[in-house]
Design a protein around this ligand. Structure first.
Ligand SMILES: Nc1nc2c(c(=O)[nH]1)N[C@H]1C(S)=C(S)[C@@H](COP(=O)(O)OP(=O)(O)OC[C@H]3O[C@@H](n4cnc5c(=O)[nH]c(N)nc54)[C@H](O)[C@@H]3O)O[C@H]1N2
Ligand SMILES: Nc1nc2c(c(=O)[nH]1)N[C@H]1C(S)=C(S)[C@@H](COP(=O)(O)OP(=O)(O)OC[C@H]3O[C@@H](n4cnc5c(=O)[nH]c(N)nc54)[C@H](O)[C@@H]3O)O[C@H]1N2
Ligand SMILES: [Mo]
Length: 693
């Protein structure tokens, strides 16, 4: 018998697609887009379309496993769930007794964005345990902080389904064709109606190739570009005075500040022609309805929080917010005011529990004291592949006294370092509730097939552990459905009339947004209630209250460092991987080709390199090997490494995050994935054979 069942893509992508799975005798034979989903409209990306390659992968973990080889070797034998749970509980109890709960560190991130599994039972368990808390900063903490200073907490933005009302669209630091593909039909529809598409990005990515205009700026210089645009807009009096008076604070100070950024100066900072900067400013100010879709990539720089802050000032000058489809959108999180108060049960944690920034995992394992980290519990994350400073991290994971548990779907770079590996279900095998962050829909999904092997959802795993630890709070016995129900205990107007029963239908449900939807029409959630060109909050923290541009500490202005490492490296996502997901899938590896490095012809000539050469990319933190692609799709001085290839699938066994820094950015403790200096040289394959022998 063939059945068709609804599901939802849980991966960390703005689109949160509706899926239809075709099931035959308990096995999924096909996945396709749900044509009834108004935003994702019946198509899936090339990756999730083939999710069965992950579901039924030969690398799928089907039983709890115990390590038998050395850490890093990846040798395991199957054990029973009973044994695994007993061992975890015994080790945890012993560690708590000897060192306290803070000696245990959970590390989880975004393998799934389902509420129940990503921020439900696991969070409850570690809060109750008194474990060290993790600041989950790696993706967007810097961007959120930069946004918050200017526009307030809980970012919202104009509906992408209103793009048809825009006559100017700027995709700023977002490779939407790859990273949010369902945005593109709305962009293209607007273009058919005459809208112009401008892309601001240091390399000609798939999205830039489709644009009317591409500003190929130097990485880490967006704040300067935005400030230069503001100077033109203000000095040429292309501002909306009424909007500024009513909805903003600090215009006079901003006007004075932007005088330091004349377009000529900005041209030399950004590497863009001065006319391109002026024209962009004018086009932006003259547009009837301008829609900036801001990516998160550009915030992953040392100065990235301030870049976001500077760009988010722009629609405040032109009053773009006043019009349907106008303004700036990065994520739509803030529009979903679900009742999460009772969800992760922060209240169960002892007061003032230690917190560490996830980017500092290598140091947490190597140098943290009082207490040291004695146990690491990884779930829905693959830190060896995705966390910066891979070599230092691996050094920490090799510690023989560290007890590491990893709950995973497939054997990854991280499971290699685990003492115990536990089999996890995929979204097709468990119940959860999801919402998009690139649109305004939410949806619940039920298991499409039974869990493979002995795999268990995070929800069940942590309920079982809580029981064994003797945690008697009733929250540990709640079902996924009960947990999801509590999210709707709210009288927020955007959720008015949306009941749990509607959600339980499994259909995509749109927030009750006003029609037309103008985000922030009731004011901005900043201390002043207005757009803060001038931020009293920053002033009180002794920081510059106005937007500004700071050169990168690890960038071309650092002459000491560039003498050894003259190239800026950026590390954006691959088209065929989702962070590290699908890195194990042969079909995706083939489609992606190989780990490649894009380099400008002049940089290649200066190093005597040829297209197709195997190159060694290195800096003080580490090294990795990639195949060289010589191309004018990048600027001189900037090399581009798309994709998080797993270390074990990368020639030489080292991943791209060998090169990235575990420093934090200017605001919010965000990551600095794109602020790296490197050097590149030819690598002879004979050396590879010797070193891996
Ligand atoms: N196919 C695919 N889709 C994905 C992902 C994936 O791995 N693969 N990852 C998902 C996740 S977790 C996220 S957070 C999003 C990320 O998606 P995006 O928001 O698109 O962010 P990034 O892809 O990190 O970077 C986007 C662009 O920023 C550019 N960039 C780097 N430095 C600068 C700069 O200084 N200025 C400017 N203007 N641009 C710069 C990069 O070149 C890149 O083209 O995508 C999600 N979607
Ligand atoms: N070089 C470089 N590094 C980057 C980035 C970059 O652009 N370049 N981007 C950064 C960004 S934006 C992000 S968001 C992070 C992403 O960091 P992560 O969120 O750690 O990335 P994923 O690769 O999605 O790894 C998630 C893992 O969770 C597993 N998983 C999925 N569902 C479940 C589940 O229900 N239960 C359990 N137990 N496991 C599950 C998956 O199999 C996968 O191995 O990476 C960051 N790292
Ligand atoms: Mo992310």
């Amino acid at each position: 018998m063939v059945e068709r069942k609804r599901s939802v893509c849980p991966l960390n992508c703005p689109d949160r697609c509706g899926i239809i799975a075709t099931v035959e005798r308990g096995r999924i034979i096909k996945l396709q887009g749900d044509p009834e989903h108004p935003f994702t409209a019946g198509f899936l990306c090339n990756k999730v379309l083939h999710f069965t390659e992950r579901l039924y992968s030969p690398l799928r973990i089907l039983h709890p496993m115990r390590r038998i080889g050395a850490k890093g070797e990846g040798k395991f034998v199957p054990i029973s769930w009973e044994e695994a749970l007993d061992e975890i509980v015994a080790r945890f109890q012993q560690i708590v007794q000897e060192y306290g709960g803070e000696a245990i560190l959970p590390y989880s991130y975004t393998g799934t964005l389902g509420y129940v599994h990503a921020q439900g039972m696991g969070h409850r368990f570690f809060h109750r345990l008194g474990a060290t808390q993790l600041d989950r900063t790696i993706c967007s903490a810097g961007a959120n902080a930069g946004w918050e200073v200017t526009l307030g907490k809980d970012p919202m933005g104009p509906d992408p389904m209103d793009l048809e009302y825009a006559d100017l669209i700027i995709l700023w630091g977002i490779n939407a064709v790859s990273t949010s593909p369902h945005l593109m039909p709305f962009v293209n529809q607007a273009r058919k109606k005459g809208a112009r598409l401008i892309v601001v990005d240091p390399y000609r990515n798939r999205t830039a190739k489709q644009a009317d205009e591409h500003l190929m700026l130097r990485p880490g210089t967006d704040a300067a570009l935005a400030l230069g645009m503001m100077q033109v807009i203000i000095n040429e009096n292309r501002i909306d005075k009424e909007f500024i008076a009513q909805y903003t604070v600090g215009f006079d100070q901003l006007k004075e500040r932007v005088q330091v950024y004349p377009p000529e100066q900005v041209a030399s900072i950004t590497g863009l022609p001065v006319e391109q900067i002026r024209n962009l400013a004018r086009a932006y100010a003259m547009a009837q309805t301008s829609y900036i879709r801001l990516g998160t990539g550009l915030s992953r720089h040392q100065n990235g929080g301030m870049a976001i802050r500077a760009i988010t000032c722009l629609p405040g000058l032109t009053g773009a917010w006043k019009r349907r489809g106008g303004g700036i959108m990065r994520v739509t999180h803030g529009a979903y005011r679900l009742n999460t108060a009772k969800f992760d049960r922060k209240d169960l944690a002892p007061p003032n529990t230690r917190r560490i920034n996830m980017l500092h995992l290598p140091d947490a394992l190597l140098t943290l004291d009082n207490p040291p980290v004695k146990a690491l519990f990884v779930f829905h994350s693959n830190p060896v592949a995705i966390n910066p400073n891979q070599q230092k991290l691996i050094q920490g994971l090799r510690r023989s006294d560290l007890f590491t548990v990893v709950h995973e779907q497939v054997f990854t770079d991280t499971t290699d370092y685990a003492d115990l590996v536990l089999p996890a279900t995929t979204f097709l095998e468990h119940t959860d509730f999801y919402r998009g962050y690139g649109h305004h829909f939410m949806q619940m999904a039920y298991p499409v097939v039974a869990p493979l092997g002995e795999s268990k959802p995070d929800h069940e795993l942590f309920s079982l552990l809580a029981q064994r630890m003797g945690f008697t709070e009733s929250c540990f016995a709640e079902s996924p459905e009960e947990m999801i129900k509590t999210l709707f205990e709210t009288d927020d107007p955007y959720l008015e009339g949306i009941t749990y029963e509607m959600i339980a239908s499994g259909k995509p449900i749109r927030l009750k947004l006003p029609d037309p939807y103008l985000p922030y029409q009731n004011g901005f959630p900043t201390p002043s209630g207005k757009i803060e060109f001038y931020s009293e909050t920053l002033a009180q923290q002794g920081m510059d209250p106005l937007p500004h541009y700071t050169p990168l500490q690890e960038g071309p202005e650092n002459l000491m460092l560039t003498a050894r490492y003259p190239l800026q490296l950026i590390v954006p996502p691959a088209h065929h991987f989702l962070n590290s997901n699908f890195g194990e899938v042969k079909m995706m590896q083939r489609r992606e080709g190989a780990p490649q490095l894009l380099m400008h012809p002049q940089d290649a000539a200066a190093r005597g390199l040829q297209d197709g050469d195997m190159v060694r990319i290195y800096n003080d933190r580490g090294e990795t090997l990639r195949t060289l692609r010589i191309s004018e799709d990048t600027r001189e001085g900037v090399v581009v490494a798309e994709g998080i290839w797993w270390a074990k699938h990368n020639p030489g066994g080292r991943g791209i995050n060998q090169l990235t820094a575990d420093r934090t950015a200017d605001l919010g403790g965000g990551s600095v994935f794109h602020s790296n200096l490197v050097e590149v040289e030819r690598y002879l394959l004979t050396e590879l054979r010797v070193s891996s022998a």
